[in-house]
Design a protein around this ligand. Structure first.
Ligand SMILES: Cc1cc2nc3c(=O)[nH]c(=O)nc-3n(C[C@H](O)[C@H](O)[C@H](O)COP(=O)(O)O)c2cc1C
Length: 316
């Protein structure tokens, strides 16, 4: 059915059902002043050549600068950067006063603390109604494993909250956090140097790679940078609550040979060396879910519980 007149405010509400990340798009004015605005209309466009797009409203104050800029950068905000998003969404005069930034190759500002940034040359500006589509040719980019800030229904979403909640809920040390980690088709398992048994890497808390604390620190010590996008299993064995994530590991070129963290082909896990029955079940499920492109969360005890499917390429 074709609707004759659309209410723009209502259409905006309908658009806002689409959950997005939050970016700050930056450039320099002709007098080299840094300029930027918050945008969630970002999209990747092309891998070869590498391109992205962002839509800029023709009415915003910085539109004249962007519409004549030769380059711009897109900064993808981390989930502790809500204030940065608010500031760059305002008409405030000194948006760059409260953030640290460096200059990208094109001269466009790259904000500190973001999840990823893309430095672009302006490829094309496509007029589209009351917005213009800036198409950027990416000339440099960077990213890390911070949790991104989300936006949906006019509200911010914090993907990292779950991780914070685990840390806060572990004041009495009853929680062990762990991760089923994949690195180039291999799974990372921790070897007990005494018994040579294998286990999913765990720690008392998630910690911090730079400070070499917790699970992030343990993996960083062995040369792995990890991302933990999904919760995988929450179970208790009577004494301890296990919170296990599912994620990826990148070997940063210094993976230690003598580390207790070892790589095993996912289809050839040495099952006889996995000492803990719940971990064996978890790894079997990981193999299954990986083969069928499904992600589930198990919630229960070491013996029984419920498996909730949260992501699937087939209908849930
Ligand atoms: C989460 C969020 C997403 C936004 N996305 C866009 C966008 O994609 N394009 C746009 O032109 N404005 C967007 N805005 C609004 C601008 O950030 C806002 O109009 C800002 O004041 C523009 O700055 P300026 O007037 O100083 O140029 C968004 C605001 C928020 C809070």
């Amino acid at each position: 059915m074709l609707i004759a007149t659309l209410d723009p405010a209502d259409l905006r509400r309908a658009f806002s059902s689409f959950a997005t990340g939050v970016t700050v798009v930056t450039t320099r004015s002709s007098s080299a002043e840094p300029v930027g605005f918050t945008a969630n209309s970002f999209s990747s466009v092309s891998l070869d050549p590498p391109m992205l797009l962002v839509c800029v409203a023709n009415g915003i104050r910085s539109y004249p600068v962007f519409s004549s800029a030769g380059s711009f950068a897109v900064n993808i905000l981390a989930d502790d950067q809500q204030e940065v998003s608010r500031s760059f969404a305002s008409r405030g005069a000194d948006k760059f006063g409260a953030v640290q930034w460096t200059e990208g190759q094109t001269g466009s500002p790259l904000l500190d603390g973001v999840v990823a940034w893309f430095d672009c040359r302006m490829h094309q500006i496509v007029p589209a109604g009351d917005h213009s589509i800036l198409v950027g040719r990416i000339i440099n980019y960077g990213y890390n494993n911070r949790a991104p800030l989300g936006f949906c229904g006019g509200a911010y979403l914090r993907f990292g909250l779950l991780q914070d909640a685990t840390e806060l809920g572990n004041r009495d040390g009853r929680v062990r956090v762990g991760a089923v980690l994949e690195c180039d088709g291999d799974v990372l398992l921790e070897e007990d140097p005494r018994t040579h048994t294998l286990a999913v890497p765990t720690a008392a808390h998630l910690g911090n790679a730079a400070k070499r604390s917790g699970l992030f620190g343990k993996l960083a010590e062995s040369g792995y940078e990890i991302t933990l996008p999904f919760l995988f299993s929450v179970y208790e064995d009577g004494r301890t609550q296990f919170v296990v994530h599912r994620g990826n590991a990148i070997c940063c070129g210094e993976c230690r040979e003598n580390s207790t963290i070892k790589l095993f082909t996912i289809d050839a896990i040495p099952w006889e060396r996995i000492a803990s029955p719940p971990e064996r079940l978890m790894l079997e499920r990981y193999q299954r879910e990986r083969a069928t492109n499904v992600t589930g969360i198990y919630v229960g005890t070491a013996e029984s519980g419920d498996l909730h499917t949260v992501l699937s390429s087939r209908p849930l």
